[in-house]
Every structure is written in structure tokens, then in C-alpha cells.
Design a protein around this ligand. Structure first.
Ligand code: COA
Length: 170
């Protein structure tokens, strides 16, 4: 079973939405594809034998104001997920994100991590991401509930980043 990571196409979006039971995730598939269509970044997907096994959003600037003030044009990865985990999907998605960001002229890429979850952080540090010295950022997001409601989140997060001076994979 070979892993394929690629930018989401309109056909891919249709496949994702056809298989999606979560209102929240369906909303995010559409939203990330719309951001991509407007030139705000890329929606990255991982596939094994036609089955979606991972995703990540890559944006042309950080969603965090303190990061934007420090680094204009710092590309950012959000919503990275692999299912199942531990099969190289996260590594491959980050590699594609870094290559695209570098090709588009970004000199740095970053991401926010849960300070209480050391697993993802180990992966990012292995790939060269380092904690910035700008302090905690707050990840504000809205969870759409399947009963039609919404829940607001504000998660204090650590910010890791990595310079993109040369192509990182391949
Ligand atoms: C974080 C995540 C995207 C990594 O993707 P992945 O496909 O599992 O990662 P890979 O297979 O490429 O690499 C595995 C590495 O992930 C790290 N890792 C991530 N989560 C881990 C966990 N719960 N336990 C142990 N290691 C973990 C380790 O560094 C591991 O490397 P190792 O096997 O050498 O220890 C994935 O684990 C995931 O979807 N987690 C749940 C959602 C999440 O936390 N997203 C990140 C938000 S910042």
C-alpha cells in the first residue's frame, strides 16, 4: 500500500464529503478548499489505495497575530491529522507542506502544538521545528456540533517553527 500526499482537487473534495459523517469536518473540508481556491494556501491530503488517511492545512500566513508581527509571510500548518497514526503519514504531509511553502518563496514555516501532548511535538522536533521565544499563542477555533450548535475553544499552545532555506524532501 503506497502512500500518496497531494493537494486537494475538486474531485478529492467530493470524495471527502461523500464519506464524511461529521458536520464539523465537512465544514472544514469545504472551508480549507475555499481558502485554497482563493490563494490563501493549500489543503493537503494523504491517500492509501484511494482511502483518505490524513490531512493538513497549509496557509500563507500564521493565524496568530504575534507570529505575523514577528515573521511576515511565515507559512503555517494547521489541523494535521493521520489515521491510523505511526505509518509515516504525518511526516509525508509535513514534507509536502514544507516543499510547497519553500517553492512559493516562504522562508519559514510554523505550527502550534498542545503543550500537554508530547507525541506530535517529538515528530516536529525530529523534523527540525523548534520552540519560538515569543511565548504562548492562543488557538481560537469553533467546533460545530452535530446537534447544530457550536462550541468555542481557546487553547493555549506552544509555537514551533523552522526556517525553509532549502528543499526539505526529495
Ligand atoms: C501527530 C500526527 C499527525 C503524526 O502523524 P503520524 O502519521 O502518526 O506520524 P509519523 O508516522 O509520520 O511519525 C510518527 C512520529 O509521530 C510522533 N508521535 C505523534 N503522536 C504520537 C503518539 N501519540 N505517541 C507516540 N509518538 C507520537 C512520534 O515522534 C513518532 O515518531 P517515532 O515513531 O519515531 O517515535 C498523528 O499522530 C495524529 O494525527 N495525531 C492526532 C492529532 C494531532 O495530535 N495532531 C497534531 C496537532 S499539533
Amino acid at each position: 500500500m503506497s502512500l500518496r500526499v497531494a493537494v486537494c482537487t475538486a474531485d478529492d473534495l467530493a470524495v471527502l464529503l461523500a464519506g464524511e459523517t461529521s458536520r464539523h469536518l465537512a465544514h472544514h473540508h469545504r472551508e480549507r478548499f475555499a481558502v485554497q481556491a482563493q490563494g490563501g494556501g493549500y489543503y493537503l491530503l494523504a491517500w492509501r489505495d484511494g482511502v483518505n488517511v490524513g490531512r493538513a492545512s497549509l496557509t500563507v500566513e500564521s493565524k496568530y497575530a504575534p507570529v505575523r508581527r514577528r515573521w511576515t509571510g511565515c507559512a503555517e500548518v494547521n489541523a494535521l491529522a493521520a489515521f491510523p497514526q505511526g505509518q509515516g503519514t504525518g511526516t509525508a504531509l509535513l514534507g509536502l507542506a514544507e516543499d510547497l511553502a519553500h517553492a512559493d518563496g516562504h522562508e519559514r514555516i510554523g505550527l502550534a502544538v498542545d503543550p500537554d501532548d508530547p507525541g506530535p511535538r517529538r515528530l516536529y522536533e525530529r523534523l527540525g521545528y523548534r520552540l519560538w521565544d515569543g511565548g504562548t499563542v492562543v488557538d481560537e477555533w469553533v467546533e460545530l456540533l452535530d446537534d447544530g450548535g457550536a462550541r468555542r475553544h481557546a487553547d493555549p499552545s506552544d509555537y514551533l517553527s523552522k526556517p525553509l532555506r532549502e528543499s526539505t524532501s526529495g
